[in-house]
Ligand binder design. Structure first.
Ligand SMILES: [Fe+2]
Length: 276
């Protein structure tokens, strides 16, 4: 073998290896991230309980069914007290409702509650089909996931405020917070991190859990990811301090749109609730 042939061969093998990694390995290399979630006024009965946050599942043609069923098994093994989903249950496609029904029957439930909000992809093409979102809600609720659409769930004295989706033009904090009691403990769920910069959060100071960005899916080392579907380019993934005593956590999500992830592994976050 000549030197040139050798270099061509090894270069080709390396490129194939990188392609396989970004396509087959990292999109399915789920990380369980463990973090504290300090909440002001948390009832003693909830201190030490856990909340598993999962986002952007994207059931559809680009995410392997067996990967999602395995991710749900990992979620089940966490044995969380509360399970919270922050939207994009599905990517729109022809067989989506039948596929959702098959996949979400494997979805595990929190011991106390399983709650969620919708994302833009749950609203069909152009995020403009409320009738699609209604079917999505019907299916996931049949499988034990309660969907909060600008409303509040009470979980053992903790208010969970669920905001509907921004891009679908359904984000309405005035409706969501209309029955909010600022003197009691709370967290909020909102798919799109840009919602935190919108008006309507006055009187709320606490955590906002979100998703939507997938962490950018591909991130060069030491640089921000080039593709981020948010107006505020600060909102990649992880924790952010906001005005008004609010804090934002953006999950990197579990699924993907294009099947490629680089330096942005999929994530399920296991929060442990503590008194702030
Ligand atoms: Fe998404």
């Amino acid at each position: 073998m000549t030197r040139r042939q050798f270099l061509t061969l090894t270069g080709g093998a390396a490129a194939t290896g990188v392609a396989l990694y970004t396509w087959r390995i990292e999109p399915h290399w789920l990380e369980i991230v463990r973090r504290p979630l300090p909440i002001r006024g948390l009832p003693a009965s909830l201190a030490g309980k856990t909340l598993a946050h999962i986002s952007d599942i994207h059931v559809g043609p680009r995410v392997d069914d067996d990967y999602l069923v395995e991710a749900f098994a990992r979620l089940r093994a966490l044995d969380a007290d509360i399970v919270a989903v922050t939207g994009d249950f599905v990517s729109h496609h022809a067989e989506m409702f039948a596929q959702m029904d098959r996949i979400y029957r494997h979805f595990p439930h929190g011991r106390l509650a399983t709650v969620s909000v919708l994302g833009n992809h749950d609203y069909g093409p152009g995020w403009a089909h409320p009738e699609v979102a209604d079917r999505v809600v019907e299916i996931v609720e049949r499988h034990g996931i309660r969907v909060l659409r600008n409303t509040i769930a009470d979980i053992g004295g903790l208010q969970v405020v669920g905001l509907d989706d921004l891009w679908a033009d359904r984000f309405d904090p005035w409706v969501a917070f209309s029955r909010f009691d600022a003197s009691r403990p709370a967290i909020a769920l909102s798919h799109n991190p840009d919602t935190v910069d919108r008006p309507g959060w006055d009187g709320y100071s606490g955590w906002i859990l979100s998703g939507h960005t997938h962490g950018g899916q591909c991130k060069p080392p030491f640089l921000p990811p080039p593709l981020l579907p948010v107006r505020n380019r600060r909102y990649t993934c992880g924790e952010f301090e906001l005005a008004g005593g609010r804090r934002l956590y953006i999950s990197r999500g579990v699924g993907h749109l294009m099947r490629v992830r680089v330096n942005v592994r999929p994530e399920i976050t296991l929060f442990s609730l503590e008194r702030a």
